[in-house]
Design a protein around this ligand. Sequence first.
Ligand SMILES: *Cc1c(COP(=O)(O)O)cnc(C)c1O
Length: 413
Amino acid sequence: MKNVLHAKCVICGRTYDAAPNLTNCACGGILDIVYDYDSIKSSLSKADLAARQEYTIWRYRELLPVEAGTELPPLRVGWSPLYQADRLAGQLGIQRLYIKDDGINPTASLKDRASAMAVAKAREAGAEVIACSSTGNAASSLAGNAAAAGLKTYIFVPSRAPKGKVAQLMAFGATVISVQGSYEDTFELSKAAISRWGWYNRNAAINPYLSEGKKTVGLEIMEQLHWVVPDYIAISVGDGCTIAGLWKGLKDLYAIGFIDRLPRLISAQAEGCCPLNRAIETGEAWRPMEENTLADSIAVGVPRNADKALLAIRESNGLTVNVSDQEIMDAQKLLGRTCGVFGEPAGVTGTAGLKKLCEQGKIPASATAVSVVTGNGLKDVANAIASCGEPVSIPNDMDQLLKAFAERGITVE
Ligand SMILES: *Cc1c(COP(=O)(O)O)cnc(C)c1O
C-alpha cells in the first residue's frame, strides 16, 4: 500500500505495520491508519478524480488502505446521492441543507462502506470466514458483501434486531446467532467466538480498516459539493465508528489541500442512550448507559469506538444533541414528506438532531448543513407504521371510498 505509512494507536501512539488482520494495540487502544499525504498529493488531483468513471468507494483508491492487486468486492457501494433539500431547509430555517441518502447502498445502510473494506482486507489476509457482532446493519451489510465475494459469515445480533435486517441476513445465507441479551452481550460473545475459531474480525471497534471504508462518505460529500465546505455535518452516533470515519475523510482532504477548512460535526444520539454525547457535555469520561431507544442501530450502551469518536467531535468543535424517540419518528416523517427519503429511525437521527438545534437557535440562519441518512426505512417497517399510521382500508366500492374520505376529512381536489 504505497500511500500507507503504518497504523498508530490513538491512545499510546505505538505504531504497527499495516497488516491486513490488524486488531487493537497492545494497550487496548484502537488503531488509526496513517497515510503519506505528500505522496497522495503528488499522485492525485481534483481533476484526476473528476475524470474517473468509477462511482463507488474505490474511486478514492489513493486514500484507501488496500493493496494495488487486491480483488475488490463486487457490490456497488458508495456514491450515494446528495440532495439539495430546499423545502426542508426552509422549514428548519437555515440557508441551505443537503441530505446524503446512504440508505441506497446495496444492503441499504452506510455500513456497506465498512463491509466492502472488510471483505477486501479479509481477502488480503487469505481468510475465508468473516464474523462480526452488530445491532443489525453491520451484520446484514457484511453478510451481503461477503456473499457477493464468496466468503462465509458468522453473525451475532441482539434478539431485538428488527425483522427487516434479520430477513436480509437469512437471505444472504449467513450463519446468524441471535443473542438473548443486549448489544453489549452480543459483542462479548462474538469476541469470544472470533478468538476461539480465528475468523476474520469485522467488528468496527477492533478492525482499524473499517472506519477507512466509512470515511468515503466524507470524501463523497465534499466532492459532490465541489469542495465547498458546509458549516455543519449532522450524523447519528452509536459505537462511534461512523462519525470518526466521516471526520477522518474530511481531515484527509484537508491534509492534501482539497478543502481549506473543516466543518463542525453534529453528533446526534438518542436521549435514552447517549453515553458519548454525555461525556462531551459533562467533560467526564464516558460511562455505559442503558440501551433505551427504538433507534436500534444506535442503541449502543457501551460504545466501542469511544476514543476515536470523542476525538472527532472535539477536534471539529462539534455540537452534541440528544433526541427523543418521538423527535426521531417526527424526523422520519419530515424527511419522507419533504424529500422523499425514507430512513430508518437511526438513519434519521442526524436530521432530528439538526432540527432540534435549529429550534434551539444554536445554528445560525445563514448556515449550510449536510445531514447524513445512514440507513433505509424498509429496515424497520414496524416502527414506521406505528408512527405514520395505517392506510385507508376498504373494499372495491366507490361509496365506501367517499364515506372513508368524508370520515377522515379528506378533501379531494
Ligand atoms: C451503525 C449505524 C449508525 C451509527 O454508527 P456507529 O459507528 O455505530 O456510531 C447510525 N445509523 C445507522 C443506520 C447505523 O446502522
